[in-house]
Design a protein around this ligand. Structure first.
Ligand code: TGC
Ligand code: FAD
Length: 392
């Protein structure tokens, strides 16, 4: 294996803000990414194949449900540790982070928060180890930013529900063992439920042709009179608040995750610019390249501080959805701009898979769209500031 040269930028000594335990967790995931993700990811990406053999390893590393209590198989860590795990995974690839954040925030979180004791005991320990993989079905072909308009529905048949409709753009759908699915009942109230692979009438075709998140599986979920046992419905929540609460947790993880992608691009560009000579000197000596590097480090530093503070607020139970939106929007945009600028520092070499920028850049086009688009998060902030909702 090639020597790992990565040096994490930490201009404002943010390491001093983390506990020893948080740094140990981050270090373990960082080493695992160098060992298990970096050497293979470009090849899987080019072949548009998900490295499914990493699922069990992610479970063993504690990347699934780190903040879920130990009695349910989680690691009982705080949200800052969760954020640092997401950061390190996304330094590897946004698709690997997606796999872990969907499993943690969109599958384990709702089961833990809204599930019955039986549901928690049945699913959470196996999701934590990676024995089971989950997915989250909210988006529909005609309802993305406005999930409240969903058409997927359940009908009460007495001893069970009948589920009909379809979900689209679902991470892990084709390889998932279970799906957390949101559907309206006959009164138009959103209910959450667990759908299991193999249930009659349930299919999950794959979505092909993606130029983004190529090492992650995306697909549909199609429900044709699927019989859902009543014990699979979440007893603890009704309404859109259910799925949107899960999004708070996933968006929080993304606000941290994308810093990893940005740090990877910055680190590569800094090293390249010091080695690459033009006009008889390293390109790092030209003011225009220094501007790119200096601005990238400034934006990474601001994002690190924003994520750290959000983590503290979340640990204290004080982080609001609007704060999460602001951090997700700012940090994803920051990472996307940095991927683009750092690619330019590499000149032509930057378009090849010898370097990670193009892959990160293409991935970040999904990340700036999913979990609420860049525009939607701006509107959430606008709503918070003015008290006037501008969505519809
Ligand atoms: P609105 O009327 O504002 O709210 C409906 C109810 O929900 C409550 N609520 C929230 N609760 C918790 N957390 C939040 N962030 C919440 N936002 C709203 C709200 O209080 C209300 O509760 P109640 O009890 O009064 O009924 O809803 P709206 O229909 O006007 O929509 C608002 C909007 C546009 C902000 C929201 O729907 C939205 O966020 N849209 C974006 C959709 C989205 O982010 N989808 C993500 C799908 S999952 C995904 O992308 C996974 S990618 C996975 C990967 O990492 O690979
Ligand atoms: P639309 O809602 O149609 O938006 C199109 C454009 O219109 C956007 O620019 C948007 O900002 C803008 N727009 C929409 N409404 C307004 C408004 N009121 N004011 C101003 N502008 C507006 N979903 C899941 O449920 N589970 C998953 O696991 C999942 N994984 C995904 C994986 C990938 C790779 C991708 C790309 C998406 C995934 N999604 C998932 C779906 C994702 O959440 C949606 O794509 C996203 O919410 C946007 O919905 P949309 O694509 O339908 O865009």
């Amino acid at each position: 294996m090639a020597t790992v040269q990565y040096t994490a930028p930490d201009h404002f000594l943010c390491d001093e803000l983390f506990t020893d335990e948080q740094k140990i967790v981050r270090g373990a995931i960082r080493d695992w990414v160098d060992r298990s993700v970096k050497p293979i990811i470009e090849d899987y990406y080019e072949r548009a194949t998900c490295p499914v053999h990493l699922i069990k390893e992610l479970g063993e590393m504690g990347a699934f449900g780190p903040f879920i209590p130990q009695e349910y198989g989680g690691a009982g860590m705080d949200y800052t540790s969760y954020g640092l795990i997401m950061q390190e995974l996304e330094r590897g690839d946004s698709g690997i982070r997606s796999m872990a954040s969907v499993q943690t925030s969109l599958v384990m979180f709702p089961i833990y928060s809204f599930g019955s004791e039986e549901q928690k005991r049945k699913y959470l320990p196996k999701l934590a180890t990676g024995e089971l993989l989950g997915c989250f079905g909210l988006t529909e072909p005609n309802h993305g930013s406005d999930p409240g308009g969903m058409k997927t529905n359940v009908k009460d048949m007495g001893d069970h529900y009948l589920l009909n409709g379809s979900k689209m753009w679902i991470t892990n759908s084709t390889i998932a063992d279970i799906g957390v699915v949101w559907a309206k009942n006959e009164q138009g109230v959103v209910l959450g439920m667990i759908v299991e692979k193999g249930m009659s009438g349930f299919t999950a075709p794959e979505t092909h042709g993606k130029w983004s998140l190529r090492a992650s599986v995306t697909g549909e979920m199609v429900f044709d009179n699927v019989k859902i046992p009543k014990e699979n419905i979440f007893p603890g929540v009704k309404g859109l608040r259910g799925p949107l609460s899960c999004l708070n947790s996933a968006r929080y993880g993304i606000a941290w995750g994308v810093i990893g992608a940005a740090m990877d691009c910055y680190d590569s560009a800094l090293r390249y610019s010091l080695e690459r000579q033009q006009f008889g000197r390293p390109i790092a000596g030209f003011q225009l390249q220094q501007k790119k590097l200096a601005e990238a480090l400034t934006e990474i530093t601001k994002a690190q501080l924003l994520a750290w503070r959000l983590g503290v607020l979340r640990n204290e139970g004080k982080a609001t959805p609007a704060q999460v939106s602001m951090a997700k929007r700012n940090n994803v945009n920051m990472a996307l701009q940095i991927a683009r600028e750092m690619r330019q520092v590499h000149g032509a070499m930057g378009i090849t898979n010898d370097y990670p920028m193009m892959r990160h850049m293409m991935n970040l086009e999904s990340v700036i769209t999913y979990e609420g688009t860049h525009d939607v998060h701006l509107l959430i902030t606008g709503n918070e500031i003015t008290g006037i909702q501008a969505f519809s």
